[in-house]
Ligand binder design. Structure first.
Ligand code: 3PG
Ligand code: MG
Length: 409
């Protein structure tokens, strides 16, 4: 795993700590509908409080276009954030830089917490502007990055800022990186990757990287239709990227070359339309009627993936295996989620999952807390699975080499 400083390496007593969080949480009618990211951030804030730091939380929220927009204010997050840290007071600065931010930060005593307004209200954030990073750096003595789920963005509060102050990873960042490293860089073998989702075209890099890393790759979701089609199977009216057939065949060749066993669906649940409770048939994949579409993998395929899971020691999962939001096409995804939970709980499997749909599917199956690790990241998790260097992680690693001397102790 890349080397970087953690909270154990910095003495933050009475110091101002700029904590990059990802409070980009789903909000409906002003109410946070999933507080997972806030809850997973809380231990880092608590640890900084226990060390006597002045904690300055900063985050982006949504995609305002580089200017203040009340629809994207972080102010409604003050309450949920306070609740996540045992009801402690959280003060709010209506701007993340300048006099307003300085005033709120100056009022902090050791062990107190404030939240800065949305970083993306300034163009400099997404432009990774050195000036904007300097304006942020004026507010702190240390920088702590706990926003793994935003680590794929080379933005000022993630990249440039890490070089201006002594930098360390927060506890959530550390946990995310430890889990992903355990799953892909030094895993117990065999490693199985379970990949679903709609399109091969959006996951080509991911599939290539995963094939070169794992022993078994099981594919479901509509992307499997494209692979079946490339093998000469007629998939009727199923979602299928016919123009990706050559790419798909190159993936098969790569899998042969890298000795990666691919499991494609052998049976499928089909229907004439995607609607709740619609009439379905379960058939072999080479018998899909021309007017029907594949909407889930079938029970034989589930059993086959289940037995491969039984032999595996490590699992990486991204993407649902069917149109899981519309029952009964959630069946395979839920069945395999439960199988994975059972094997994990029995100590037979290290399981790591991530991505928005995958996390929703795990919640639906009621097993979110029964996997080894469920990432809070969507895009960053996918880019990690593409083997890309994440700017947020790279900045922390580089910061170890370039840390300003004297300040970090
Ligand atoms: C996310 O939710 O994926 C992260 O917070 C990054 O947000 P973004 O996709 O708007 O950069
Ligand atoms: Mg995103």
């Amino acid at each position: 795993m890349a080397r970087f400083q953690t909270l154990d390496d910095i003495d933050v007593r009475c110091k101002r700590v700029l904590l990059r969080a990802d409070l980009n949480v789903p909000v409906k009618d002003g109410v946070v509908s999933d507080a997972t990211r806030i809850e997973r951030l809380a231990p880092t804030i608590e640890a900084l409080i226990a060390k006597g730091a002045k904690v300055i939380v900063m985050s982006h929220f949504g995609r305002p276009q580089g200017r203040p927009d009340p629809d994207y204010s972080l102010r409604p997050l003050v309450g949920p954030l306070s609740q996540a840290i045992g009801g402690r007071n959280v003060s709010f600065a209506a701007d993340c830089v300048g006099d307003e931010a300085k005033r709120v930060v100056a009022a902090l005593r050791p062990g107190q917490v404030c939240l800065l307004e949305n970083l993306r209200f300034h163009k400099g954030e997404e432009e990774n502007s050195p000036d904007f990073a300097r304006a942020l750096a004026e507010l702190g003595d240390f920088y702590v990055d706990d926003a793994f789920s935003a680590a794929h963005r080379a933005h000022a509060s993630i990249a440039a800022l890490a070089h201006l102050l002594p930098a360390a990873a927060g506890k959530l960042m550390e946990a995310e990186l430890a889990a992903l490293t355990a799953a892909l860089e030094s895993p117990a073998r065999p490693v199985l990757a379970l990949v679903g989702g709609a399109k091969v075209s959006t996951k080509l890099d991911l599939l290539r990287f995963v094939i070169s890393k794992v022993d078994v790759l099981a594919i479901g979701g509509a992307m499997a239709n494209t692979l079946l089609f490339a093998e000469g199977t007629e998939v009727g009216r199923s979602l299928c990227e016919r123009d990706m057939a050559d790419n798909a065949r190159r993936l098969f060749a790569l899998a042969r070359e890298r000795n990666c066993r691919m499991i494609l669906p052998e049976d499928a649940v089909v229907a004439a339309r995607l609607a709740p409770g619609t009439e379905t048939r379960t058939i072999p994949v080479d018998a899909v009627p021309g007017d029907m579409m594949i909407l889930d993998i079938g029970p034989k395929t589930v059993a086959r993936i289940g037995s491969a899971l039984g032999e595996a020691r490590t699992l990486v999962w991204n993407g649902p295996l069917g149109a899981f939001e519309t029952p009964p096409f959630d069946r395979a995804t839920v069945a395999l989620a439960r199988k994975i939970a059972e094997l994990t709980q029995a100590g037979k499997l290290l399981s790591v999952a991530g991505g928005g749909d995958t996390v929703a599917a795990l919640a639906m199956a009621g097993v979110t807390d029964q996997l080894s690790y469920v990432s809070t990241a969507g895009g960053a998790f996918l880019e990690w699975l593409e083997g890309r260097e994440l700017p947020g992680v790279a900045a922390l690693t580089a910061a170890v080499r370039t840390a300003p001397k004297g300040n970090a102790a």
